[in-house]
Each structure stands twice: as structure tokens, then as C-alpha cells.
Design a protein around this ligand. Structure first.
Ligand SMILES: [Fe+2]
Length: 140
């Protein structure tokens, strides 16, 4: 699913969260499209920083909303987020910490697959709880 982009079947029913999911999938696709050459090291590095930072912003918003709406399986959802954020962080640190390390595109693809599955299966579970959420319905 290299070039999976967001589509309506992935909607969680809250516009701002859908928008963030789209943006994150775009970042993954950007990384996958950029190719692995020493010449685009800075571009890859910038994309990884954006991915890491945007993952943090997005997960924090999702978790706050689930908490506000008393989503019952919040702890398991947060644990899944921590795992993913940690993997993205590792990828970022490995790449940034050693100039001889090239980015592992297979890892990027694995993380993207995880994220798509997370949206379709795990995020889908909170949909009934956050339906009609006015505070989160508009993008910033
Ligand atoms: Fe989530």
C-alpha cells in the first residue's frame, strides 16, 4: 500500500482529525516518494522532523478528545500511540545521529502501514464516542 492516501472510508467523523490523518499520510507519501540519495538527506531529515512533531500534535488532540468524551478504551489507545510515536522518534534519531546511516524506506513503509491500519481499525472504535464533537469539528 505504498501510495495509500486518505479516503472517506477512513473518516473518524471529526473534520480536524480527518485533516490531520490526511496530512500525516501525505508526509509518509512524501518520504516514500523522495528516494534515498545522499543529496536529499536534508529533505528527508526535514520530513522526518515534520512527521515526528505532527504525530505528537495529532495524538495529543485525539487523546484529549477521547478523554473528554469518556472513551472507555483510552489506555489501550494511548499505549498504541506511544508505541508508534516511539518508533517514529527512533527512526528520526537514528537518521539524524549518524551521517552515514541512510533512511530505511522499508521501515517508513511499515510505519505507514501501521498508521493506516490504526486509522481503519483502532481510531474507528472511538468514532461513536466523538460524534458531533463541536469543539473539534473545525480545523484550526
Ligand atoms: Fe489514534
Amino acid at each position: 500500500m505504498t501510495h495509500v492516501a486518505w479516503d472517506e472510508t477512513m473518516s473518524v467523523g471529526v473534520a480536524v482529525l480527518d485533516d490531520e490523518h490526511k496530512r500525516l499520510l501525505d508526509l509518509f507519501n512524501g518520504l516514500l516518494d523522495s528516494g534515498i540519495t545522499p543529496a536529499n538527506r536534508e529533505e528527508l531529515s526535514a520530513l522526518l522532523v515534520s512527521l515526528r512533531d505532527y504525530v505528537a500534535v495529532h495524538f495529543a488532540r485525539e487523546e484529549a478528545l477521547m478523554e473528554r468524551r469518556h472513551y472507555p478504551d483510552l489506555d489501550a489507545h494511548i499505549a498504541a500511540h506511544r508505541y508508534f510515536a516511539g518508533e517514529v522518534e527512533k527512526l528520526h534519531d537514528d537518521f539524524g545521529g549518524d551521517n552515514t546511516t541512510m533512511l530505511r524506506m522499508d521501515l517508513i513503509l511499515l510505519l505507514k502501514d501501521w498508521f493506516v491500519e490504526h486509522i481503519q481499525e483502532t481510531d474507528a472504535l472511538y468514532r461513536p464516542y466523538v460524534a458531533g464533537e463541536p469543539a473539534a469539528a473545525t480545523a484550526e
